[in-house]
Design a protein around this ligand. Structure first.
Ligand SMILES: Cc1ncc(COP(=O)(O)O)c(C=O)c1O
Length: 367
């Protein structure tokens, strides 16, 4: 048996027939940029999330950059974020001229809220909590800190489509929530795409302008801006695929439950901790392998089971960011760097495959 880490073909297959129509329609009406599919997607996405406004953009990294720009983050400012994230979060901060200030993580792989305050300086303008792997950060504590210190909050929800904290969808807690629809995400398109959601109308108008050269009306450019528009073909595709998001997320949760039950007695691994009053959507199912992680990977690979590491190096260990990092401040995430292992959890994984994965992980440690 060969177990793939992900299967994008099966996740997109329900839209295969419609895809032909989408392409032909786009070709015929020639609305490649803007148009009714974009408007419809922005409505659909804000409706499913319960947000007031949604602005579609070209990808999740631009979503972060545009959000930072429109919230007034500029050269010389500092932005606090997690040391355990995809490199984009840090890259977006640097792209607006600000400095990323990293904070260690907690056992949930989220920014540790108890370590945030000592990193705040006069230059700090915002916090970017990253809801990594599909699980919420401790938003109550983060909101309290942000309010006390007059900081903006940008929730990086690239991996957390329809994840919840206290019964409310992520993206609705901060000033903005940013999303990625990169193909492998829980809601993935057929290429790069992204979105920003927000509550306030004036911020919405700024964001909408900024992603289109500072313009809402043709040839009127009231502010600065860039070109980061979602292609309408992505919007048309996502308008179909969004109907499957809840079903796919609930399948991911079912698979996670099986992992918990089949792996719970294995003392050599630590299973993902679930934050109370939050709803995980398991973009990734990440275990901590307490010993011999690399040998386990080799063993699983030999058994034809694909696994992943998200990410093999913490951002603070990457070349552009590692200068002046005090490693003592990052005890947790630097420990996790050597322990984390992502198991397959795409919605089309079969029971036979899940049992095969669990059996092999358990067998490896019995040897
Ligand atoms: C946590 C996180 N932030 C930001 C992004 C950036 O999204 P994109 O790849 O669409 O630019 C990603 C996607 O990979 C991500 O996982």
């Amino acid at each position: 048996m060969k177990v793939k880490f992900n299967n994008l073909f099966l996740q997109n297959k329900p839209i295969l027939e419609d895809s032909k129509k989408i392409f032909v329609n786009t070709f015929k009406n020639s609305k490649f940029v803007f148009g009714s599919e974009i408007d419809k997607f922005e409505k659909n996405f804000s409706k499913i999330l319960g947000s007031n406004y949604c602005v579609s953009v070209a990808n999740g990294t631009d979503a972060l950059i545009i959000a930072l720009k429109c919230l007034g983050v500029k050269y010389g400012d500092e932005v606090i974020t997690s040391a355990h994230t995809w490199v984009s979060t840090a890259g977006a901060i640097v792209a607006v001229g600000a400095k990323p200030i990293f904070v260690d993580t907690d056992k949930f792989f989220s920014i540790d809220p108890d370590k945030i305050e000592k990193k705040i300086s006069r230059k700090t303008k915002a916090i970017i909590p990253v809801h990594l792997y599909g699980q919420s950060c401790d938003m109550d504590k983060i909101i309290k800190i942000a309010k006390k210190n007059n900081l903006k909050i940008i929730e990086d929800c690239a991996q957390a489509h329809l994840s919840k904290y206290k019964n409310k969808y992520l993206g609705n807690f901060g000033d903005v929530g940013t999303f990625s629809f990169f193909p492998a995400k829980n809601l993935g398109s057929i290429g790069d795409a992204g979105a920003i959601v927000c509550k306030k109308k004036n911020l919405y108008q700024l964001l909408k302008r900024y992603k289109n050269h500072g313009s809402i009306k043709k040839n009127i450019h009231e502010t600065l801006g860039i070109n980061s528009r979602m292609d309408s073909i992505h919007a048309a595709f996502l308008n179909k695929k969004i109907k499957y998001l809840k079903k796919f997320n609930s399948r991911r949760n079912k698979i996670a439950k099986i992992y918990y039950s089949k792996l719970k007695d294995n003392k050599d691994i630590e299973l993902p901790h679930l934050r109370i009053k939050s709803k995980h959507t398991f973009h990734q199912y990440v275990i901590k392998v307490k010993k011999n992680r690399d040998r386990l990977i080799q063993y699983l690979t030999k058994k034809n089971i694909e696994v992943g590491i998200h990410y093999p190096k913490m951002v603070i260990n990457l070349k552009p960011y590692k200068k002046n990092i005090n490693k003592k401040e990052f005890k947790n995430c630097l420990k996790y760097e050597n322990l984390i292992l992502s198991l397959p959890i795409h919605p089309f994984l079969t029971y036979k495959e899940i049992f095969f994965i669990c059996k092999n992980i358990n067998n490896f440690f019995k040897k």
